[in-house]
Design a binder for this molecule. Structure first.
Ligand SMILES: [Zn+2]
Length: 286
């Protein structure tokens, strides 16, 4: 199975759907971290949720879906762009064994930040009041867009990393008049098994759920892991520090080490690597 997002629509109802599966990209995000299985599962669900959300937004730019709470899982975040290139990270403290979504996140928020290439950044926030990430997201759509939405999310790293999910949503203009149809397709979606979402081809899956409806499946878009960190980006963030402070750090530690918490890459800078930044001091002084 490949990592992909695929849209479908019901010809007879004003309802659209999205299905997403992620195996490699999920593995890439978790493999260099020592997350507990419970945290890994939330990261996998968040990854799928981010892909499903990317499909609901009409924009060219970036999206970040973030969980922030006062539970043992302080933070989990996935960043994606419109090409479904994504990265993510999580921060947890203490023993998280056997903890539910609610116990892990505690009191907190789900934040969705959309940064279009052109235009204003937009942030939507919903309180974490439900028992699962999928229900919190349904809550978000209910509150922010008044669109009936059904979201199913699964993730597991028991044998291998696999995450998958499904979204159903009424089309904006017709939200109220199609409540019955929505209940109908939503109830059928609820019968999907976790393993079917991981392993079945999407046309088989949709046939299994909706063989009595007319469903049109669109072309799939690939999901991939990509971290945007680089030596150049580290250097440009160091450039915002005053040259004297860089010299102090170098004198103290002999080098400056930077770590990417998304992909676990390490960047090491010695005095020779930083001459350009240090020469700036020379320039500004004269
Ligand atoms: Zn990185």
């Amino acid at each position: 199975m490949s990592d992909q997002l695929q849209r479908f629509i019901f010809d007879d109802y004003q309802i659209r759907g999205e299905i997403a599966q992620a195996h490699n990209s999920f593995n890439e995000i978790i493999k260099k971290h020592n997350y507990s299985p419970e945290v890994e599962n939330i990261v996998g669900e968040l990854l799928i949720a981010t892909c499903l959300l990317t499909a609901t937004l009409k924009f060219e730019g970036k999206i970040a879906v973030q969980l922030q709470g006062d539970g043992p899982l302080n933070l989990a975040v996935i960043n994606a762009n419109q090409d479904l290139q994504l990265r993510g990270t999580a921060r947890a403290e203490g023993d998280t064994t056997g903890l539910s979504f609610k116990q892990l996140t505690g009191k907190g928020h789900l934040m969705i930040t959309v940064t279009p290439d052109d235009g204003e950044r937009y942030q939507g926030i919903v309180e974490l009041r439900k028992e699962s990430l999928s229900e919190c997201l349904e809550d978000y759509f209910e509150q922010s867009e008044q669109l009936a939405t059904r979201i199913i999310l699964h993730a597991s790293n028991t044998d291998k990393a696999q995450a998958a999910g499904l979204l159903l949503q009424t089309l904006p203009a017709v939200a109220e008049s199609h409540e019955e149809e929505f209940q109908h397709v939503s109830a059928l979606a609820s019968t999907v098994k976790e393993d079917e979402l991981y392993t079945l081809a999407n046309d088989e899956l949709l046939y299994r759920l909706y063989h009595q409806e007319t469903v049109r499946l669109f072309e799939a878009a690939a999901i991939s892991f990509k971290c945007s960190c680089s030596k150049e980006r580290c250097l440009s963030s160091l450039a915002s520090i005053a040259p004297e402070e860089i010299l102090d750090l170098l004198n103290e530690n002999g080098a400056i080490d930077m770590h990417c918490e998304y992909c676990a890459s390490d960047y090491h800078f010695e005095v020779d690597d930083l001459q350009i930044l240090l020469n700036d001091e020379h320039n500004t002084q004269h």
